[in-house]
Design a protein around this ligand. Structure first.
Ligand code: ADP
Length: 333
């Protein structure tokens, strides 16, 4: 929709902030993320919470008014590599919203000094392309409470600009500035999603605006089976693979850990070919052909076990305990 409309950049071609606008359109704007709910293993509770907090208000803006107003922002917290970024992309895909994927590296370091203006432009652009989803990955590093008095003046300003914009993002629906052609409501909506592996570092003012806080846990045993299946969709699983057994051996692994295991396991047969070929002193061309020939071979159970023994879980029990504690105090799902 809106293909004929000029881009935000074209609208602001005389702006002194043109370089920032260009950067946002290039590095942050992802017009078509294509992650579907089914690409994400497990997390059924998180999916339905997000559905209620974000998807429904976009579909039925008239219902979500007054006391039912949508949440200002949704925080997903939990150990790294559990699908938080994927969930944000799935929300954007599912709702067909424009997707802004903000990582701290784009906001904080490279544009130090200008990041405050960038936050303002970001939200303005999101309203222009609305309905939009703005996703802040690692929001803690953008708005941590550590600063205190020693906090950089610049990062304090970024933080307060973010708060102002978040308050405005939901309010703007009420004072719709009369874009007559538009079908009010959802067309103006800007959703803020944020993720963090370190929720305890979050600034309090920001935490309050991220009203809905959803814990994204490590995958369950069923989830781990799904993760293997999803990761191996293209390459294929050998007939001898026992998924329940693999799920058992990977207790405590994150989704990203399992993706790593699958990547490693799927290269196992290539490594065997190479090793043999080297022993036989084959030429590069012959080796290429052999590798090509075995490309279609499904990955065996043993390959997975070997990979699991090489790659250990990245999240420890003590971390999990910290998340549980934080959820008890601040969780709001
Ligand atoms: P996070 O944002 O929580 O750190 P990501 O969403 O970036 O994690 O996931 C990292 C990678 O791990 C993904 O690209 C995917 O390969 C895998 N992954 C993690 N969780 C899941 C999940 N629930 N379903 C499918 N893949 C997952």
């Amino acid at each position: 929709a809106g293909k004929e409309r000029p881009t935000y950049l074209e609208m602001h071609s005389d702006s002194p902030d043109k370089h920032l606008i260009e950067m946002i359109e290039r590095d942050i704007l992802e017009s078509t993320p294509s992650v579907k709910w089914d690409d994400i293993a497990d997390l059924t509770e998180a999916k339905s919470l997000l559905e209620e907090a974000v998807v429904l208000p976009l579909w039925m803006p008239d219902y979500f008014q007054g006391i039912r107003r949508p949440w200002k922002g949704v925080l997903m917290f939990g150990p790294p590599g559990t699908g938080k970024t994927m969930l944000a992309k799935a929300v954007a895909t599912e709702c067909k919203t424009t997707f802004f994927n903000v990582t701290t590296s784009t906001l904080a370091s490279k544009w130090r000094g200008e990041s405050e203006r960038m936050v303002r432009i970001l939200f303005d652009m999101a309203r222009y392309y609305a309905p939009s989803t703005i996703f802040f990955d690692e929001i803690d590093s953008l708005a941590s409470q550590r600063g205190g008095s020693g906090e950089h003046e610049a990062s304090r300003r970024v933080k307060s600009e973010l708060l102002v914009q978040m308050d405005g993002a939901t309010a703007s629906k009420a004072d719709d500035d009369g874009d007559d052609g538009e079908e009010g409501g959802a067309s103006k909506t800007v959703i803020v999603l944020a993720a963090t592996n370190m929720p305890w570092d979050l600034d309090e003012a920001l935490r309050r605006r991220l009203e809905k806080r959803i814990y994204i846990p490590l995958p369950t045993s069923v989830g781990r089976e799904q993760l293997f299946r999803i990761a191996m969709r293209e390459v294929g699983l050998g007939d001898d693979v026992e998924l329940d057994e693999l799920a058992k051996c990977t207790k405590g692994y994150s989704g990203a850990d399992i993706a790593n295991v699958c990547r490693d396991a799927s290269m196992m047969s290539m490594r065997r070919v190479l090793e043999n070929a080297r022993k036989q002193g084959l030429s590069m061309r012959e080796i290429q052909k052999m590798v090509q020939d075995q490309k279609e071979q499904p990955v065996t159970h043993k390959d997975f076990i070997t990979a699991i023994n090489k790659i250990s879980r990245s999240v420890g029990e003590s971390d999990l305990e910290k998340y549980r504690k934080w959820m008890e105090t601040y969780g709001a799902s």
